[in-house]
Design a protein around this ligand. Structure first.
Ligand code: FAD
Length: 307
């Protein structure tokens, strides 16, 4: 029951100030955030690739309030791409983007986000890699899917994310699978009302399997974004039944969560991509990680109290 409370707090400025200033926070944040700057994240990427893993890099940030912040987000990704160019990793290092950080919620935000994200997708393609558009709360998704479709006209490998907890997702999956998209399927990390989303974890898990079947049987490239051992073995079984080879789908997990499982799946020959978040505006991302697992909150509370 704590999850929804933490998710509500993830959008409170007062809580943001409290959590950011609390002693001990940095140490817990470091479990989920790979560094504050691009210089700090580069060695993390090199280490992951040396271990047979791939990465998708996320410059943390969301819900910005000015156009200048949106341009700064674009520039942060362009700076990242300059570093990736030197590493020459191709699709082993791709990027994940939240359109709310690119200005989607501002006035004229749909056009602004599209105009901001396009040069990033172009620059990514120029170094042989791709971008995936993350899924945020349900009010943003029509715009995200429209931007995804627009970008795919020139950059067909641009990916997007769908969330199993939303009732709409099975229909989205059918459309995206038929069009041959790269699609990451996740359970969903936002606080959503019962009008649009399952509230019960078991219902979400069942929906995840239904949607995964659609993706596996479709024309696209499924990216299984989950740490759930049951769903991972179901995914392996569905891929086998659909006749997919190991390079025709991939697993994705978050940096700092079930790291031994990243290595196990890679050692089995699977493509395993680690979602690696870095940057200074980590608050929203961090709070969603706390909401997913109450034990994280206990650990966090303890580290504050013992400082
Ligand atoms: P769960 O049932 O939540 O977890 C299964 C097991 O994994 C748990 O028992 C625990 O052992 C471990 N685990 C899961 N979460 C944590 C945690 N925070 N800390 C410690 N252990 C944990 N959501 C979106 O809404 N939009 C996105 O764009 C998005 N992108 C994502 C990208 C990737 C690569 C991944 C892996 C997740 C992403 N998510 C996104 C988050 C996702 O929606 C879930 O909230 C998150 O993955 C937890 O669900 P789960 O499938 O791992 O299953």
């Amino acid at each position: 029951m704590l999850g929804p409370v933490i998710l509500a707090a993830s959008r409170s400025d007062r809580m943001r100030r409290f959590v950011s200033a609390a002693p001990g926070t940095k140490q817990v944040v470091a479990r989920f955030i790979a560094g504050e700057s691009v210089d700090q994240v580069v060695p993390v990427v090199q280490d992951a690739v040396a271990k047979g893993l791939e990465v998708t890099l996320d410059v943390v940030g969301e819900d910005i309030t000015t156009r200048e912040q949106a341009f700064a987000a674009r520039d942060a990704y362009l700076e990242l791409i300059e570093h990736l160019k030197e590493l020459d990793l191709g699709t082993k290092a791709e990027m994940s983007i939240k359109l709310s950080m690119f200005g989607q919620a501002l006035e004229g935000g749909h056009e602004l986000a599209l105009a901001n994200v396009r040069p990033v997708v172009e620059a990514a393609a120029a170094i042989g890699t791709t971008v995936t558009l993350d899924a945020e709360d349900h009010t943003t998704l029509d715009s995200m899917f429209a931007i995804h479709e627009e970008l795919r006209k020139d950059f067909p490998r641009t990916g997007c994310v769908i969330q199993a907890y939303l009732y709409r997702t099975e229909a989205d999956a059918r459309r995206l699978a038929a069009s041959g998209s790269r699609v990451r399927l996740v359970k969903g990390a936002y606080k959503e009302p019962a009008e649009v989303a399952y509230q019960d974890k078991a219902e979400t898990d069942k929906a995840y399997v239904r949607v995964l079947r659609v993706l596996m049987e479709g024309e696209g490239y499924p990216m299984i974004g989950s740490h759930d051992p049951r769903l991972i073995s179901i995914a392996q079984e569905l891929a086998r039944k659909a006749g997919r080879k190991l390079d025709e789908y991939e697993f994705q997990m978050l940096y700092g969560i079930r790291s031994e499982e990243h290595l196990r799946l890679a050692a089995e020959g699977h493509r395993m991509r680690v979602y690696t978040a870095y940057g200074t505006d980590w608050y929203g991302y961090f709070m969603r990680r706390l909401a997913e697992k109450p034990a994280n909150l206990l650990f966090f509370a303890r580290s504050i109290l013992t400082k």
